[in-house]
Design a protein around this ligand. Sequence first.
Ligand SMILES: [Zn+2]
Length: 491
Amino acid sequence: MKKWINDIDSQLLEIRNQYGHTYYQGFKTGKLNTDILKDLADQQNALFSTPSIVEKTEQILAKTGNISSITSETQRKASLLLKLLKQEEVEKSLPLVMAKSKILQAENAFVPSIDDKQQGYSKRREILSQCKDRKKRYDAYFSLQPLLQSIERESHDLIQLANEASAKIGYSNYFDFCLSQDDINSNQLENDIENALIATEESYKNLLEFSRQEIGTNRIEMFDFQLVNAKLLKEADRQFTRKSKISDLKKTLNSLAINLDELPVSIEVIDSPNAGTCFVLGSNDIRLTLGSEAGYFGHYVAFHEFGHALHYSLQPQSALLRDNGICMETMADFFANMLTDSEWLSEYTSMTEKEINNYLEMKKLVDSYRVRTMIRDTTFEFEIFKCPGESFEKIWSNLNKKIMGVSSDKAIWSPFSVYRPAYTKNYVYSHFLSKQLAEISKNKFGIQGKKRKAMLSLFERITTPGNMTQFKERIKSIGIDLDQLKVNISL
Ligand SMILES: [Zn+2]
């Protein structure tokens, strides 16, 4: 039985790596190969249709009698395989696979045009964060509209198809189904979102007030925020910009006795909608793509994506035991949190103690904006799958008003919300959980000066076992209760 499940696991890992390869190529070239995706979906489907796969998996589990008492690796893999078989029931539908890849294909191929010139995503972000000309920022912000209009019909089709497939296995909609894959239910999510809104309220009010003064209007628009945020982080940004994010990453890793060149990780600079991504093409081939951003954000993305790469490289060689999104994002942010550690800042920048403290205070305002945009997007996902057919524009604008306090007659929703719903919530959780982890590593596991090493050992302690035990249980064992997120939740 052990060999049987390990065989399935390694075949699945190979398919996952092929997916990684295909998405990476599509991302890099702007041409996603949907024939290969279709072929991989067929391969996975064939693997999951292995004769009596469910019976055999249940047999392994029957030996324990009680799923929660599973301790052996084979049994844990069996319980995760059952979960995947259920997931496959929803995801295998070919029209759904094709609808997703069509949207992704359009997104990969799209290049934002500003002033009638194709400018790209990095340029768009640069204009939004640096250009004083409001009209130009307006144009940059809405330059994604042609893409959104071109995929709107397919997006509604996808929602329909995904909801139908989810209903067949008893879920009210696809969003709820995706949420269940992370062992979270919609009641818990709604509660946690409510608490995250409360935790960000004061800082966000201050940000809005500062924005009104800075822009010189009572009517702040979505295309004003990045400029205001850049203004708030100006001094730190100036310091970060003078430095190479890759050199700082290497130097930081050296201080942890890690040599980046010896890891199976390569880094490329690519213009993309994401500013940074991490693709796993195999256990010995992890690709990080970074945008050309400088400043704090450029460093943050590089450190966050490296956190993913480190996580993958520490995981067991198993598709079944690989961690899910909430764990991945929390650990990546935990690694990137080094950039807000005052010791790191005084070592790597020339900021004085006073400047560092001021920077960390200002950053709370910027973070309140970031967390709230993610809450808005998560709620948007929740609603478009709950109310299929409803206008995206209407839902997005209502939520934008409610959560961001900003009126907008046109919506700039993210295609990611449609083809990967219930993922953005991971960033809301990771923001708060990674801070709690940093506190723990500082207070319990570290002594002054050795903080970074303590961070790394906590990182390894959580990631090395992979999904042998639920992430929730792993963090509980070091004192963080995900079910009580509202306790100790702060920016
Ligand atoms: Zn990430």
